[in-house]
Design a protein around this ligand. Structure first.
Ligand code: MG
Length: 233
């Protein structure tokens, strides 16, 4: 499933799946999983020439980072039982759920959807496919993010409120999961703003290991262009 970015048809993003993160944004801890959709057009992958992928900050946007473990779905399924859920996971990836926090706050207060706040081009930077076998236990993985070398998020997937199987059971009870789809499993505490020029580096590792299973690195820049959110001089 190395080509999941090309073939996947949806990105399902879980909200408020870590208690400390729900708290830092002043949100209640949910009683059942909460999710929203991001367009696959928001994917950003590292260019093949080795340069850093550029996360675009739209004009007048307070842009926040959210580092997340992504599940890559390997086969189609609906009404998947939690007990069988891991059969549908072909592997993982490390991703950022970039968020226009001020637009999200405005949407929340009006009861509007989050599509704008979460759906801009480049708002889902994602790393390479991680074979399932390389992760010993997805419910005990260290996940970290540095902004310009400073550690800003440092969590462990054991702190998820809803487990990976529970998320798959819930989401697939609503919408069919298809091969290549991605589920972003929520972010641990420590989200915060990023500015043009800053470099975000993230990693995933098995606890106790001194080596990351996977890393990602992206740079932030103003969104160019003449559209409403473009930053033309
Ligand atoms: Mg998120």
């Amino acid at each position: 499933m190395r080509d999941f970015v090309q073939i996947g048809r949806k990105i399902i993003a879980i909200g408020r799946n870590y208690a400390e993160h729900a708290k830092e944004l002043g949100n209640a801890v949910p009683k059942s999983p909460m999710f929203f959709l991001k367009p696959t057009s928001s994917y950003l992958v590292r260019p093949s020439d080795g340069s850093l992928g550029i996360i675009e900050r739209p004009k007048n946007v307070i842009l926040h980072h959210e580092i997340e473990l992504a599940l890559v779905i390997g086969k189609n399924g609906r009404d998947i039982k939690a007990s069988r859920a891991m059969d549908y996971v072909s592997g993982y990836a490390l991703a950022l759920d970039m968020t226009a926090r001020n637009l999200q706050d405005a949407a929340k207060s009006k009861g509007h959807p989050w599509s704008v706040a979460k759906g801009f081009d480049t708002f889902t930077p994602i790393g390479e496919f991680i074979e399932k076998e390389r992760v010993h236990d997805p419910s005990n993985l260290d996940i970290w993010l540095k902004n310009d070398g400073k550690l800003v998020q440092n969590g462990n997937t054991r702190d998820m409120l809803f487990s990976i199987p529970a998320l798959i059971e819930y989401v697939s009870s609503v919408m069919r999961l298809e091969a290549g789809d991605v589920i972003l499993t929520g972010t641990p505490a420590g989200v915060g703003p990023v500015l043009p020029g800053q470099i975000l580096q993230g990693g995933l590792r098995n606890p106790g290991s001194d080596q990351d299973i996977a890393t990602i690195e992206f740079q932030v820049a103003d969104r160019p262009g003449s559209g409403l959110f473009g930053c033309e001089e």
